[in-house]
Design a protein around this ligand. Structure first.
Ligand code: FES
Length: 104
């Protein structure tokens, strides 16, 4: 079943090449603005739960602040361990100045 889109932030809340932690139905999400395009993956690192939105953003890759795992924000894929498991990815839609997401 496809889940519904929910508004999680305003576009003005995330500057270019920055990330923000948002919530979708009890899940914590890392929302990123990469050169004006928005991407969302789960915020909780699949290694030991580090908060990805507090990590470093490099291009479309986020580095976990705890042990340096790297995830591709466009696919959720692990680019560098110690994490082994990809992050769930969310679909992002912009409506006016609102950012909406839903699980992919
Ligand atoms: S918790 Fe993210 S790399 Fe360990």
């Amino acid at each position: 079943m496809t889940e519904e889109f929910m508004r999680v932030a305003a576009t003005s809340e995330i500057q270019a090449d920055k990330m923000k932690m948002v919530h979708y139905k009890g899940q914590v999400i890392c929302l990123a603005n990469i050169m004006g395009k928005y991407y969302a993956i789960r915020n909780t690192c699949t290694h030991m739960g580090g908060p990805l939105a507090q990590g470093k953003l490099e291009g479309h890759v986020v580095e976990c602040p705890w042990h340096g795992s790297r995830f591709d924000l466009t696919t959720g894929e692990v680019k560098k361990g110690p994490a082994q498991t990809p992050e769930p990815v969310f679909e992002v839609k912009i409506e006016g100045t609102s950012i909406l997401i839903r699980p992919k």
